[in-house]
Design a protein around this ligand. Structure first.
Ligand SMILES: Nc1nc2c(ncn2[C@@H]2O[C@H](COP(=O)(O)OP(=O)(O)OP(=O)(O)O)[C@@H](O)[C@H]2O)c(=O)[nH]1
Ligand SMILES: [Mg+2]
Length: 465
């Protein structure tokens, strides 16, 4: 290939997905569309899609031989797994055995639709292949062999986005831990690494050093990073407990649903809003603004996505601790996305996995400005409890605010206290934490009629006893 071709491929990606049994055409397309958005978030242009119905994703090269050729036509690669053809060489032979042990080499009846489409017209070549499934190290290596270019799987793409968007030290540590765990075995096997033919994104930038690191050193490094992370978390827990008395609501939901937009609108803060996936990786906590009674804290959290790598869920647990600590969850949904129902389900599943599913919750169907009246009416029937909003309409934000305040106020109780003048220093916290319904200055002290949550009333009773 000449250098002219190479520069043309740079920045261009071809997507690949298997449609496994039980996956509908619509879901399959939705997943590929989403992979396309993830890929674009990394700055690539998607120039083609290759997809195939198969019974499993466990064969050594994932696709059938016809589809491998189709894929290679996009990348200018060989189109066949070299080692399968030449088992003569000793090293190759060993690898071949390993492949046979790990995988069924598909027999022809295992897949459909495996003819190289003679009419296939490839307008633009791709310098990188992006798979919609998590690939094993051997599969990744075989595919790089077949295509001659870098291959990334969905997990690799998500890790790369996380790595680019991570801002705080905590987020960076979390991503680095997940990345080491994920990339280490793959780097060892990857052949393309050093001499990638364009399109490289540097996901394997750590490659050179990781080659030398044996497993133990990687383990040590992960342990070291975890210690650093723990230190940061302890500090955060202290901070969190100091503000525990204020009721807290967490915005949770699929990536790009509009959580940060809602956060901005509710709190007047300048959190990042962007039309990209995983714009937010750090949890932000702000008080509702204009100031409210009770004072309510709102936290914005990292978004969810389908097939979220388990390591990543684990490492982002602490980010989601905010959600665990909140007494109310607002499930934010992009109601204008045709796949929002399954996105809502993913959010629920992940939260259940981390144990944050017994709080009270409301569903906020966002972006209804993108819907027709008819669609809105249908949604109202389907989700009678949900509230429908656009974060762009102030009157809708007020409804969310009233809903949240009403929620926290309903648990409040009223009580009268006599606060002696000698305990005047209590008036500060009283005005902060309670609504003062009346205040009468008597000889012994101030008689205050208060409305506040039970914890505060109990605390005050103790101070005055
Ligand atoms: N049409 C429309 N677009 C909206 C609305 N709310 C948010 N958006 C857009 O949706 C995109 C994503 O918004 P964000 O608030 O960043 O979404 P997020 O849920 O925080 O996303 P992540 O941080 O990636 O998880 C942005 O381009 C917003 O401008 C809305 O009510 N209507
Ligand atoms: Mg966000």
């Amino acid at each position: 290939m000449n250098s002219h071709d190479m520069s043309e491929k740079k920045g261009k990606a071809v997507l690949v997905a298997l449609q496994l049994p039980g996956v509908s055409d619509e879901e399959h397309k939705g997943s590929l569309d989403e992979l396309g958005r993830l890929t674009e978030t990394l700055g690539f242009e998607v120039v083609g899609r290759v997809s195939q119905k198969r019974k499993s994703a466990s064969t050594a090269a994932i696709l059938g031989s016809g589809k491998l050729k189709e894929l290679a036509a996009y990348t200018g690669g060989r189109g066949v797994v070299e080692r399968f053809k030449k088992p003569g060489n000793k090293a190759d032979h060993e690898e071949l055995n390993e492949d046979y042990e790990d995988y069924d080499i598909a027999s022809d009846d295992e897949f459909e639709d495996d003819e190289l489409d003679e009419g296939l017209v490839i307008k633009q070549q791709a310098g990188i292949v992006i798979f919609d499934h998590e690939l094993s190290p051997t599969q990744l290596k075989n595919l790089e062999d077949v295509t001659g270019v870098e291959v990334l799987d969905r997990t690799g793409v998500i890790l790369e986005i996380f790595s680019r968007h991570a801002k705080s030290r905590e987020a960076r540590l979390q991503v680095e831990i997940a990345k080491l765990g994920y990339l280490a075995p793959r780097l060892r096997l990857s052949k393309v690494g050093g001499d990638r033919q364009g399109g490289g994104i540097g996901a394997k930038g750590a490659g050179e050093s990781a080659h030398e690191l044996d497993k133990r050193r990687i383990r040590d490094r992960i342990a070291e990073l975890k210690t650093q992370l723990d230190a940061i978390r302890n500090e955060q827990n202290n901070r969190r407990s100091s503000r525990r008395e204020s009721p807290c609501v967490a915005l949770v939901g699929y990536t790009n649903a509009g959580k940060s937009s809602l956060m901005r609108a509710l709190t007047g803060s300048e959190v990042l809003v962007a039309d990209k996936l995983f714009a937010t990786l750090d949890t932000t906590v702000r008080a509702m603004y204009p100031e409210s009674f009770p004072r309510v804290l709102v936290s914005d959290t990292v978004g969810f996505i389908k097939k979220l790598p388990h390591d990543l869920v684990a490492s982002f647990r602490s980010t989601l601790d905010e959600a665990l600590n909140a007494s109310l969850l607002l499930f934010t949904v992009d109601a204008s996305d045709p796949n929002f129902r399954s996105q809502l389900e993913v959010t629920r599943t992940v939260l259940r996995e981390i144990g944050a599913d017994d709080q009270d919750q409301f569903i906020i169907l966002n972006k209804v400005d993108n819907l027709t009246d008819l669609e809105i009416r249908a949604l109202r029937m389907e989700f009678p409890q949900a509230i429908m909003i656009s974060t762009r309409r102030p009157e809708d934000i007020k409804r969310v605010r009233d809903l949240v305040l009403g929620f926290f106020e309903k648990d409040m109780i009223e009580e009268k206290f006599l606060v002696p003048y000698s305990k005047g220093k209590l008036t500060g916290p009283i005005h902060e934490k309670a609504r003062v319904l009346s205040e009468d200055f008597e000889d012994e002290g101030t008689v205050m009629h208060l409305r506040a949550n039970k914890e505060f009333i109990d605390w005050l009773r103790k101070q005055l006893s």
